[in-house]
Design a protein around this ligand. Structure first.
Ligand code: SAH
Ligand code: SF4
Ligand code: F3S
Length: 477
């Protein structure tokens, strides 16, 4: 069992590490080929993603390597190799993983070749590792968020060992470029522009499991986007826990707004999105760049978390209700057709019904186009876990009250588009009704309409005929 290989390779530079991992891909490829001979077919693998867009992007990196070493990718967990890329932001994410692991074990009993791996944010928690070592002995490989670039090496180790392999790092300053990636969509892609988080909001576990903030070199980002565009991508989403603090720790510092200006210049790229913006760092320069841009989508995700200044302070969010409202108002004034969406937590320690009233007040004033509401989940090791928790009943009451307002205001906002003809990127065939296609407007609203599959990946005008709450039924024009 390897416990920690961090010391051995931390000192390599990115290019050397890439070369080293490519060599491991060849070695792992030999094992996969041997297995293929035994099975009389290509072995299959399934990558299941929990959590946010960062994890989805990480899963594309895992898939790229698995494909390269010879696996056939599938969505079926009956596969010869299953990997769970986990999330731990709220406890229900963890519970889902434990629940599904039991099912994986029963599948493994039927397939002697089956291997199971776990990675992602949940694995950075020592208590999780202890629990898996004790109660889920059938897992073959466990690694964390900081050494995901060593997946080929870990895969090789898994083939060469009979016991559970665990490799978890505490942190890293390494960013390894140019490893293979297998995209889920041919026409759109996420791009990491930074990793980690330095904000330490008092309820949040992300800084502990994703480590300190590191920005990627702008040249590497631009090079990656150019290659994606050459490969058919028209829409990109720049990813970071707080994109507004991009570039602060680079050797030659640059702002997020400056990066956007560079990305905008890439020929052939049609749409630019980004996630997530922390309100405390959102600059006038960014609003200006968004306003002038032809490519940046008319959508801003601006997490509020709470509308009560008292709670915001305890959350360590570093803005007040008034500052947030002033910011939202400025954005709406400068870019009137923008959609603003948000995240809200209900039931943070010490929250009273009056605090929830303050949140509802902000929702009514900002008129969010959509809001994700979460019940506070206590995360071990975060400062809020030690504070006095709110009784479940009170939380539920506040949550229901808020949800109703959120839904009503969002519906009103979405209805405003009725009768307009707007451009949509066609993302695929509708999941419920395969005579319909599903597209996404610049402001992130979904529209379903009749059309041919050939339109998938194209940006086309759609008439917004009927509003159905959060989405539209439309018509091609
Ligand atoms: N970096 C992003 C958020 C990443 S986590 C930002 O700061 O905006 C996504 C969302 O999960 C957060 O916005 C928050 O609303 C929610 N969240 C985080 N920790 C949580 C917890 N302990 N309980 C409930 N919701 C939480
Ligand atoms: Fe968590 Fe706050 Fe960092 Fe977002 S900014 S990831 S909520 S600590
Ligand atoms: Fe979850 Fe990790 Fe994202 S905890 S929300 S997958 S950064």
């Amino acid at each position: 069992m390897i416990q920690n290989s961090q010391q051995i390779t931390e000192k390599m530079n990115s290019a050397e590490e890439t070369k080293r991992q490519l060599a491991f891909m060849e070695r792992a490829g030999d094992y996969v080929e041997k297995l293929a001979k035994e099975l009389g077919r290509r072995p299959t693998c399934c990558v299941t993603t929990f959590g946010c867009q960062m994890n989805a992007r990480d899963s594309e990196k895992l898939s790229g390597i698995l494909e390269k070493v010879g696996y056939e990718l599938t969505d079926d967990e009956d596969a010869d190799f299953v990997i769970y890329n986990t999330c731990t932001v709220r406890d229900n994410a963890n519970q889902r993983v434990y629940g599904r692991l039991g099912h994986l074990n029963s599948l493994k009993k039927k397939n002697p070749h089956k291997k199971i791996a776990l990675c992602g944010c949940m694995m950075q928690e020592p208590s999780v590792i202890e629990k898996i070592k004790k109660s889920y002995r059938f897992v073959d490989l466990i690694f964390g968020t900081h050494n995901i670039y060593k997946f080929a090496e870990l895969l090789t180790a898994m083939f060469e060992s009979d016991s559970m392999i665990i490799d978890i790092w505490q942190d890293t300053d390494q960013i390894v470029e140019d490893l293979p990636v297998e995209r889920k969509y041919p026409f759109k892609s996420g791009i990491n522009i930074m990793f980690g988080c330095n904000n330490f909001c008092s309820y949040c576990i992300v800084p502990y499991v994703r480590g300190r903030e590191r920005s990627r070199n702008p040249k590497d980002i631009i090079k990656e986007i150019e290659a994606l565009v050459a490969d058919g991508v028209v829409e990109i989403m720049l990813l970071g826990q707080n994109v507004n603090s991009y570039g602060k720790n680079l050797e030659e510092p640059m702002t997020f707004a400056q990066l956007l200006r560079e990305v905008e210049k890439i020929e052939g790229l049609e749409r630019i999105r980004f996630m997530t913006s922390h309100p405390k760092d959102l600059s006038d320069e960014l609003i200006q760049v968004m306003k002038e841009s032809k490519k940046i989508c008319r959508h801003l995700h601006l997490p509020l978390q709470s509308g009560s200044t008292r709670i915001l302070e305890k959350m360590n969010r570093r803005y007040t209700k008034e500052q947030y409202l002033a910011l939202a108002e400025k954005i709406r004034r400068e870019i009137p057709d923008i959609a603003i969406t948000t995240d809200i937590i209900v039931g943070f320690p010490g929250e009273t019904p009056e605090d929830v009233d303050e949140t509802i007040d902000v929702v009514k004033r900002v008129q969010y186009d959509n809001a994700f509401t979460f019940i506070y989940s206590k995360r071990t090791g975060t400062p809020a876990a030690a504070m006095e928790q709110v009784p479940e009943e009170t939380v539920k009451e506040g949550f229901d009250r808020l949800l109703k307002v959120v839904q009503d205001t969002a519906r009103e906002r979405v209805e405003l588009l009725q009768g307009q003809t707007l451009e949509a990127l066609v993302e695929g065939v509708n999941e419920q009704d395969d005579s319909l296609l599903t597209g996404r407007l610049s402001n992130n609203t979904i529209v379903h309409f009749k059309g041919e599959k050939e339109l998938i990946g194209k940006i086309i005008p759609v008439y917004l005929k009927e509003c159905h709450g959060f989405y539209y039924l439309g018509e091609l024009v």
